[in-house]
Each structure stands twice: as structure tokens, then as C-alpha cells.
Design a protein around this ligand. Structure first.
Ligand code: NI
Length: 257
């Protein structure tokens, strides 16, 4: 059984090629590398073309919302089609950093929900202290037709249930390995295992015992183990179910070698 890192930023790593090799050694068979603007979406596309088992998304992060323009949407759409992107995103709302005006963040998120519906691709959603608006926007836009993942899920059990009933999955990062994350460890037990994905969000959010150091796809193994422990089921089962979940959501090919 191979694991899948469903949310990496390979273009932000110091040495992506070495990290890719270490991921393979660690049993991480597939990696989804995520775009945050046009340039990083293009770099993600290059990785997906050059590295077997690497797939890309195209999107505009809420912190980059001021870069939006009609041309940018046309370019992202063309890129998604020409490189077989597996999702649109990461997109969403970030009311914690507030790096772009909130009304613009919402406009840009809506544009990407429409793009995902247009392309028939799932969404990779970023939600930081914007739970209510993210949920409402997904619910009102018909986004359940394509579904997706709310990556690095940080809400409560009520939000988890609402997102799951809208057809969304929840991305679990290295945060689940942190001492203070009792609430998250309790929450995952209330979510159907078929709706959980594991991810690194590398180079950010390194799991224990690497907290404070740069993260990389190989470390998703630690998140996987912590999730299994929190759920009280075998690492083998959690690995094979979360891998199947990722393959189903992002239509990834079956690859065990
Ligand atoms: Ni990310």
C-alpha cells in the first residue's frame, strides 16, 4: 500500500527532486502539487509532466486574490486543460492573514468554483477563519456537483458534518501530531473514514518530530500514523482507505510501483 500526499507545494521546497526521491523511499507513491497563482500553477504543471506519480492543480490562493483578471482565468483554464490538472485550487478564503480584501477573496473563490464546475474538476479549498462563508459559498454555488477537499481542516465537528454532507472531504495535516490537537484527534473519529485525506501542505506544517523544520512529502507517513492512532484502527487500513479516497476524488491512476 502506497500513501498519497494530497497537498504539497513542491515548487516551494529547497530541493524538490531530492524530496521527491525521499518520498518514494518512504512509500509515498503519489503527490498532488498545488498551485497558488499562475506562475506556481505552471511550476506545478512542470512537475506533473516531469515526475511519475506527481499530479498538479491550478488555482489562485485567496492571499493572491489581487492578481485576478479575465486573462488569468483564461490562462488557468487553458493550463488545466493542456496539463490534465486534477483539481482547481487552492482557492478559498483566508480571514486570518487577510492579505487581500475579503470581498475580492469571495469574488475570486466564486470564479474558481465556476471554473471547477466548467472543467468538471474537484476543488482544493483553503479555509482559514472563514468557515461560515466557505460553507455558504460552496452550498450556494452547486459545488457539490464536483466536490473536493477542504484542505488542512481547522473547523469543528458541526462544520465537518456539513461539509461531508455537501460531498466534501477533509484534509488532515501534520497538525494532528501536535500535542495540543486533542480536539482534532477527537473530531476525526466522527467523520467517515472515506471522507478523510492525508496531506503535508509542505513546506509548511511539519508533523512531529520535524515540527519547526521544513516539511516534505515523505513526512505524510507521520500524519498517517497519527491519524491511525487517533482512530484506533490499523495504519494499514487507514493507508489503503485514504489512498483510495484520494484516487477516487482526483481520478488518479492506480500506481503501486
Ligand atoms: Ni497549501
Amino acid at each position: 500500500m502506497k500513501l498519497i500526499d494530497t497537498h504539497a507545494h513542491l515548487d516551494l521546497l529547497d530541493d524538490p527532486m531530492a524530496a521527491f526521491e525521499r518520498a518514494k523511499q518512504a512509500g509515498v507513491g503519489q503527490i498532488i502539487t498545488v498551485g497558488i497563482d499562475l506562475e506556481s500553477s505552471r511550476r506545478a504543471a512542470d512537475f506533473s509532466r516531469d515526475l511519475l506519480g506527481v499530479f498538479c492543480t491550478v488555482g489562485l490562493h485567496p492571499s493572491e486574490a489581487t492578481k485576478a483578471s479575465p486573462d488569468l482565468w483564461a490562462e488557468l483554464k487553458l493550463l488545466a486543460l493542456t496539463v490534465s490538472a486534477v483539481a482547481v485550487g487552492e482557492c478559498g478564503l483566508d480571514y486570518y492573514r487577510d492579505r487581500s480584501p475579503r470581498h475580492l477573496q469571495r469574488e475570486v473563490f466564486n470564479a474558481q468554483i465556476e471554473l471547477a464546475l466548467d472543467l468538471g474538476l474537484p476543488l482544493v479549498v483553503h479555509d482559514r477563519e472563514a468557515h461560515k462563508d466557505v460553507l455558504n459559498m460552496l452550498a450556494k454555488s452547486g459545488a457539490e456537483r464536483v466536490g473536493g477537499v477542504v484542505h488542512c481542516f481547522s473547523g469543528d465537528a458541526v462544520l465537518a458534518e456539513e461539509l461531508v454532507s455537501l460531498g466534501f472531504s477533509l484534509g488532515i495535516t501534520g497538525v494532528i501530531t501536535y500535542k495540543k490537537s486533542d480536539e482534532l484527534r477527537a473530531l476525526v473519529k466522527k467523520v467517515p473514514l472515506t471522507k478523510l485525506l492525508i496531506e503535508t501542505d509542505c513546506p509548511y506544517l511539519s508533523p512531529e518530530p520535524y515540527r519547526g523544520k521544513p516539511n516534505e512529502p515523505a513526512y505524510v507517513t507521520h500524519t498517517h500514523e497519527a491519524l491511525a492512532k487517533a482512530l484506533g484502527i490499523s495504519a494499514e487500513e487507514v493507508g489503503s482507505v485514504t489512498t483510495d479516497n484520494a484516487r477516487r476524488l482526483f481520478s488518479l491512476p492506480y500506481m503501486e510501483e
